[in-house]
Design a protein around this ligand. Structure first.
Ligand code: ATP
Ligand code: MG
Length: 430
């Protein structure tokens, strides 16, 4: 036998069954995708699908060279015979905006877009953190006012309710101000952090000169005190930013959405300004953030488009579904309605015809193939978790009747003329 080839570390298979260390099944995932399709439609969002590979420069320019995502975590390679550097996408916003600019989608009207798919980051794999993971995201492009900030938060809350996990998520918000306000804050922050330069860890010392805002985001327990006492961005906000933030909070209050203001919330990507937020949980260990987002009013221009104030968020599907799997409600039942069995040489074709009739009437049908032993067929039917069995016996087929069995309920077994099989199943199912 040849040596087995394993999947790539940090990249999961989605199977019909639960795995020991990965509880999410493909059918659970599919049920979630169906919820997402309806949810986005309810809010007037249109789907966009972009390639998984983009020019590396797109991510460098949008996410920022000094971020962990671009600096350390991207899968980058050069196309053969080509000097062009390509990368697997680490997130969805950059690609989405690239496509919007390229196809001039916001020319006539603002756009509300959503996407879903795999993202790639070379991180240390652990529960809730993978190298191929999946996101659902939305982007509202061309909306300057805080009403949209509040609406997308309400949209998240709506999904948490539908999935039964609202009680396990906390909303944290912050305001990052505009470019000038951030620059003034940055100067004060660097000055403050320089006093503690020797106490900082390597990561924070590096960030001090490249991306000092990110020092506030440190998870190092020894640095919490320093980060807590650092100058707060919120104290550097001018009138317009303050008004935007206050109006945003007033709408959340009015909608009855509870939030925590976290002045240290900065987000890991460079393109954010003004409103930023995260939905966090204490149920997934260190991987606390299920969904994050904010405004990126300058990003379209950065990517060569017209100035287009915009806001969006992305949620990690694995983290979200791990939470739903344990605490929420999402029904995923892909078992067949009817398992069709046949007995005797001549019954296969008749059984296939009955199966076709059932499918045409909207039933999900699994037809037996293989061993003709009835015991074996019943075993397979049980394994399939089918609700009913249809048994086509050669002896009955001649007289045009079939046997139905309720495999899970109390209806037992009955033999009926074939024309009545659908009505009988409907009656049993009701
Ligand atoms: P974290 O701080 O946990 O690394 P992040 O700030 O890097 O998250 P974002 O870039 O904001 O994450 O991506 C949005 C969401 O995508 C995250 O909140 C999380 O749910 C999910 N996510 C990010 N990276 C991963 C990963 N490696 N594996 C699984 N989910 C991820
Ligand atoms: Mg990260």
């Amino acid at each position: 036998m040849s040596r087995k080839i394993q999947s790539v570390k940090g990249m999961n298979d989605l199977l019909p069954i639960e795995q020991k260390d990965f509880k999410l099944t493909a059918s659970f995932w599919q049920a979630f995708e169906e919820v997402v399709a309806r949810w986005t439609l309810r809010y007037g969002y249109q789907q966009i699908r972009t390639p998984i590979v983009e020019q590396t420069g797109l991510f460098v320019r949008s996410i920022g060279e000094e971020t962990d995502v671009v600096g350390k975590e991207m899968y980058t390679f050069s196309d053969s015979n080509d000097t062009l550097s390509l990368s697997l996408r680490p997130e969805g916003t950059a690609s989405c905006l690239r496509a919007v600019v390229e196809h001039n989608l916001t020319y006539a009207a603002p756009q509300k877009l959503w996407y879903m798919g795999p993202m790639f980051r070379r991180e240390r794999p652990q529960k809730g953190r993978y190298r191929q993971f999946h996101q659902v995201g939305i982007e509202a492009l061309g909306f300057p006012d805080p009403d949209i900030d509040a609406e997308i938060i309400a949209m998240c809350a709506d999904l948490w309710r539908e999935l039964g996990i609202a009680d396990y998520l906390t909303l944290e918000i912050n305001c990052l101000g505009n470019r000038e306000e951030r620059a003034a804050h940055r100067t004060a922050l660097v000055e403050y952090l320089l006093q503690y330069e020797t106490q900082l860890d390597d990561d924070s010392r590096r960030r001090l000169h490249t991306n000092p805002l990110r020092v506030l985001d440190t998870k190092n327990p020894d640095l919490q005190e320093i980060a807590n006492r650092a100058p707060r961005l919120i104290d550097f906000l001018g009138e317009a930013s303050r008004q935007h933030h206050d109006a945003f909070k007033a709408l959340l209050d009015g909608l009855g959405i509870v939030y925590v203001e976290n002045p240290r919330l900065v987000r890991g990507l460079d393109y954010y300004n003004q409103t930023v937020f995260e939905w966090t949980t204490d149920k997934l260990g260190a991987q606390a953030t299920v969904c994050g987002g904010g405004r990126y009013d300058g990003l379209m221009e950065e990517l060569g488009g017209q100035p287009t104030p915009s806001i969006g968020f992305a949620m990690g599907i694995e983290r979200l579904l791990l939470l739903v799997h344990e605490f929420g409600c999402l029904k995923a039942d892909n078992s067949p309605d009817v398992y069709v069995m046949q007995q005797g040489e001549g019954s296969t074709l008749i059984a296939m015809r009955y199966a076709a009739q059932l499918r045409a009437a909207g039933w999900n049908v699994l037809q037996h193939s293989g061993s003709q032993k009835l015991k074996n067929q019943f075993k397979r039917a049980d394994q399939s978790k089918a609700r009913f069995a249809l048994i086509v016996a050669e002896s009955e087929a001649a007289s045009g009747s079939v046997t139905l069995k309720d495999l899970q309920g109390m209806h037992g077994q009955t033999t009926v003329p074939a024309e009545q099989m659908i009505n009988q199943l409907k009656e049993w199912k009701a």
